[in-house]
Write a protein that binds this ligand. Structure first.
Ligand code: F2R
Ligand code: MG
Ligand code: MG
Ligand code: MG
Length: 354
């Protein structure tokens, strides 16, 4: 039997929707290298002020899609590609204005047409694998929705396999689905951490796992002199991004957020791609281990760029570690769909008891 507290299951999924809702007002609003000033973020999401206001912060596509992954797994009790695709499609056509990526919507349209006759296993992957001249999407839209897979699966192998299957439905580019695998593995590790996390050990373990996942060919050439040269000299892999995270954690000065954000934005990035957004979310969590959930979320948003998605992924990892109890009540109250995500978490928790 899986021995993980219910509070951490809840923290994972509530952390994800809260990150989405709180990050959404800032999405793509700020590309300044210094990120978004703390005061600007606080003026919108300060938990003390939100407690006195009866507003609702809306979730976006990140949660709309996560909802479909959760409900499909809970209903089918296994991965069912066609069922999940149908849920994504129905959710999109019910509320198309949740801020979806500009290309993924063509997949929903093709599935909708296929559903008029029969959407089956043979054709469910066709739209995804046809995107971008057959290269597939490397957007972060697969990574932003897979956190619950770490709650559903027991073994590392199943977690990797299921994260991949749930991703390639829409993101067949290797960076799109490998980013999702890294997100699921990060949640898995955070939710299972029994005591204080050593961030370097955490990254080292992910490096080993992602090396295996990416079947990394060729050596990672390290240049210990300069982070910048070292970054530029490599072709992309998540293993490589993790090596950069490790370096950032070693050189990082947690007292000076401004300089740190500038450096992180230049070496990791924070755009709509899985390559940038997933490492940015993971780093935000690891860098702020001393400071707790709330500070971690401010930091993730303060990077700027794809703030809803980076905060949703970071919120899932941080929530898995700190638990629901660490999330300010007013954030829970103002964010749309928090209660429903808590219920999904309870349902995943109950699955492991039976
Ligand atoms: N789309 C947004 N935000 C835009 C602003 C929304 C605004 N607030 C509003 O309400 O209108 N956010 C959401 O999109 C991201 C997830 O995107 P997803 O699901 O991965 O979509 P897609 O279309 O597959 O990829 C996104 C873009 O990435 C580029 N791209 C992907 N693969 C590529 C490839 N192989 N070659 C070249 N470019 C590629 C394209 O520009 C895609 O359109 C999240 O941020 C979510 O919050
Ligand atoms: Mg979004
Ligand atoms: Mg769009
Ligand atoms: Mg986004």
């Amino acid at each position: 039997m899986l021995k993980i507290a219910r509070d951490r299951f809840q923290g994972c999924l509530v952390g994800s929707v809260i990150g989405d809702c709180l990050g959404a007002p800032f999405e793509m609003q700020n590309w300044n290298e210094n990120g978004i000033p703390r005061q600007k973020i606080l003026s919108v999401i300060n938990p003390k002020e939100l407690a006195d206001r009866s507003i609702q912060l809306k979730y976006t596509d990140d949660t709309a899609m996560a909802k479909s992954v959760c409900s499909s797994l809970l209903q089918c009790k296994e991965f069912d590609a066609v069922d999940m695709a149908k849920r994504f499609t129905e959710e999109y056509f019910k509320e198309p204005d949740r801020g979806y990526g500009s290309n993924i919507v063509f997949i929903f349209e093709q599935w909708k047409n296929a559903m008029k006759t029969e959407l089956n296993l043979k054709n469910v992957l066709y739209p995804s694998t046809s995107q971008f001249d057959g290269k597939g999407s490397y957007g972060n839209g697969a990574a932003m929705r897979v956190s619950c897979i770490a709650l559903f699966t027991l073994s590392l192998e199943d977690c990797i396999e299921l994260a991949k299957k749930a991703s390639i439905l829409t993101h067949s580019n290797k960076n799109g689905y490998n980013g999702a695998i890294l997100q699921a593995l990060s949640v898995r590790k955070a939710i299972r951490a029994s005591c204080d996390i050593d961030p370097i050990v955490f990254v080292d373990e992910l490096i080993d796992e992602m090396k295996h996942v990416e079947s990394f060919s060729g050596e990672v050439k390290r240049n210990t002199e300069s982070l910048y040269d070292w970054t530029r000299s490599q072709s992309f892999s998540f293993t490589h991004q993790l090596e950069i995270i490790k370096k950032l954690l070693i050189v990082n000065n947690t007292e000076s957020k401004e300089n740190d954000i500038k450096l992180v934005n230049s070496v990791l990035g924070r755009d709509i791609s899985a390559q940038q957004a997933v490492p940015a979310a993971l780093y935000s969590f690891l860098r702020n281990l001393k400071f707790g959930f709330e500070e971690t979320l401010y930091y993730a948003i303060s990077l700027g760029g794809d703030t809803d998605t980076i905060a949703a992924m970071c919120g899932a990892i941080a929530g898995s570690y700190y638990g629901l109890k660490s999330i300010p009540q007013s954030w829970f109250d103002v964010c749309e769909f928090s209660k429903e995500m808590q219920q999904f978490a309870d349902d995943f928790f109950e699955l492991h008891k039976s």
